[in-house]
Design a protein around this ligand. Structure first.
Ligand code: B12
Ligand code: SF4
Length: 500
């Protein structure tokens, strides 16, 4: 069958957005699987395909409304128009351009990837476009948002099927049933409306034998556009393990991965790494694993395997548990190609860590990890979250003070997020129980936008603190300064004086 797999353009319902460039792993994996099964596959990354090649970030004056800088590239920005809130825009391909692409390709099936709740609205719009072109085009939606919100997704009329969980095998099986005109309700992880209009949805099962999955179809993406625009340069992204055994309250991975950690074999990982370094001349390999070093022995074995196989690339990983990074592991990481380690202390308040975030990690753990990382001769970046329901003003102050303390120790970058209740997380349940949110307003959903006031802080205050901290701690002097991605304008408020 002729299959298009597409990631929607990035949806910005208001002024603020936070996004970065990187190839979409989900549709690459599914594309590889479907191609191996004999289907004709096209991958469309609507964000990156909306790149304006003849404009450079330095050409922008800051007044443009039709384009925006993301990382090292300039991308088209379009008003979304009818049916969307006033002022909402999308970044990447316009809906007209997507329609034109689909008309040219004439697919039998359009698979839409919605890993971020924030792109559900443009994703649903793509399903409508496909149905408008030809009602016989089968529309399928999958991705983390679909897994955590199957009902709201199925409620969209123009979506024929949803797939929850990991989609490679499920999508392959679904296409067989569609081709043979069979009822797919026996396939785990498939949802649809039956002829009586009743929603049917079977529970998904996890893939345990990751090596049985096909290699991601990297050649179906416009890889040079990623290399030209990614903050990291010629970088390949890999996903060597899936899942995480921990249970942080703001994260949907415990729900989607059922807290099961699964791995690719070291041989397969090396094979994939070599595709990046030898075929694409990648200079950097970024591990996007949910929690790559949760099994320290395996992580070390992987690094040794890279060394033994002569893989010469800078290594980078975003999701590392810093309490598991002992001095020997850090030394090995440096030898294997790590220069920078990004860790997630989350909060400077131990009560927030224990009672609200439930990360099973202490403030002292991350301070000690920062010291070990610096001692090993590596640089370190950190991420924090503020604005939880039940978090005290003084506890936000503790986080702020802690971040400045880590900066004094030598931390070079800081990523502050505003706690965003996303479906499938404990935070979402808590915020709902406390009456702070009433479901998700999909039209207006965005990250790093505070949406509720509590007795301790207002949404407005949180936004100002967030923007100020990002700018001040990272040394950005303006919203269009030399920072890696797009955020709101910094405010003038001196957060350090907040509680005094
Ligand atoms: C890599 C990653 C990123 C990358 C994204 C790169 C890219 N272009 O794709 C970067 C670093 C940019 C990123 C940023 C953010 N991220 Co992020 N990220 C992840 C992470 C760790 C892995 C995603 C991934 O690539 N997995 C590997 C592939 C193989 O899996 P997958 O994409 O899920 O696809 C599988 C299934 O979902 C399904 N599937 C997917 N698409 C489709 C389509 C069809 C048709 C079908 C049938 C099936 C299907 O099958 C696929 C194969 O098994 C996830 C955690 C997670 N495990 O999902 C968080 C996650 C997606 N991120 C999340 C968030 C919140 C963010 C940020 C907002 C964080 C912040 N505050 O700054 C930012 C900003 C978002 C943005 N757009 O820039 C949340 C999203 C939750 C939600 N409901 O919205 C997640 C789930 C983590 C969490 N905290 O819960 N992120
Ligand atoms: S935030 Fe990281 S450690 Fe916590 S559950 Fe999510 S993936 Fe695991």
């Amino acid at each position: 069958m002729k299959v298009v797999l597409i990631t929607p353009p990035f949806y910005v319902p208001n002024e603020t957005c936070a996004l970065s460039i990187g190839h979409p792993l989900g549709i690459s994996y599914i594309g590889g699987q479907l191609r191996r099964a004999g289907h004709e596959v096209t991958l469309i990354d609507s964000l990156v395909e909306g790149r304006i090649h003849d404009k450079k970030p330095e050409d922008l004056t800051g007044d443009q409304t039709d384009c925006i800088r993301v990382s090292r590239g300039v991308f088209a920005r379009h008003p979304v128009g009818e049916g969307f809130p006033d002022g909402a825009t999308i970044i990447g391909l316009s809906f007209d351009e997507i329609e034109q692409r689909l008309r040219e390709i004439k697919p039998d099936v359009v698979g839409i990837s919605v890993i971020f709740t924030s792109v559900f609205r443009p994703g649903a719009e793509i399903a409508k476009i496909a149905k408008r072109i030809d009602p016989n085009i089968v529309t399928v939606m999958g991705g983390t948002h679909v897994t955590v919100s199957p009902d709201t997704t199925l409620a969209e009329e123009s979506i024929d099927y949803i797939i929850t969980g990991e989609g490679e095998l499920t999508m392959e099986q679904l296409l067989v049933d569609i081709e043979e005109g069979k009822d797919p309700s026996h396939i785990p992880g498939v949802g649809f409306k039956n002829p009586e209009g009743k929603k049917v949805h079977t529970a998904n099962v996890l893939n345990w034998e990751l090596d049985d999955l096909a290699m991601p179809a990297l050649d179906l993406l416009k890889m040079e556009d990623y290399f030209d625009t990614m903050a990291e340069g010629r970088a390949g992204k890999m996903y060597t393990t899936r899942g995480c055994p921990f249970n942080c309250s703001f994260c949907s991975v415990p729900f989607t991965s059922e807290r099961r950690f699964r791995v690719h074999s070291l041989e397969r990982i090396v094979e994939e790494a070599k595709i990046w370094t030898d075929h694409y001349n990648a200079e950097v390999l970024i591990f996007e694993d949910d929690n790559i070093n949760t099994a320290t022995k395996r992580f070390r074995a992987m690094l040794n395997e890279f060394l033994d196989n002569g893989i010469h690339a800078r290594l980078d990983g975003r999701n590392l548990r810093c309490d598991l990074l002992d001095a020997d592991t850090l030394e090995l990481m440096k030898k294997a190609g790590f220069r920078h380690v990004f860790i997630t202390p989350e909060s400077g308040s131990q009560r927030v860590m224990d009672e609200i975030i439930t990360k099973k990690m202490s403030v002292d753990d991350s301070r000690a990890a920062v010291e070990r990382i610096l001692d090993a001769g590596l640089t370190v970046g950190t991420a924090f979250v503020i604005g939880f329901p039940g978090e005290k003003r003084s506890e936000i102050q503790e986080t702020v003070d802690y971040a400045y303390e880590l900066k004094a120790l030598g931390v070079t970058s800081f990523w502050f997020s505003i706690a965003t209740p996303m479906p499938g997380t404990a935070l979402y349940e808590t915020a709902t129980e406390m009456g702070l949110i009433d479901g998700i307003d999909l039209d207006n959903f965005a990250y790093n936008v505070a949406t509720y006031d509590t007795e301790e802080f207002t949404a407005q205050e949180l936004m100002e603190w967030h923007n100020h901290l990002m700018a001040d701690l990272n040394g950005w002097d303006s919203a269009s300064g030399d920072k890696p991605s797009v955020m709101g304008k910094p405010s003038e408020i001196d957060i350090r004086a907040m509680a005094s």
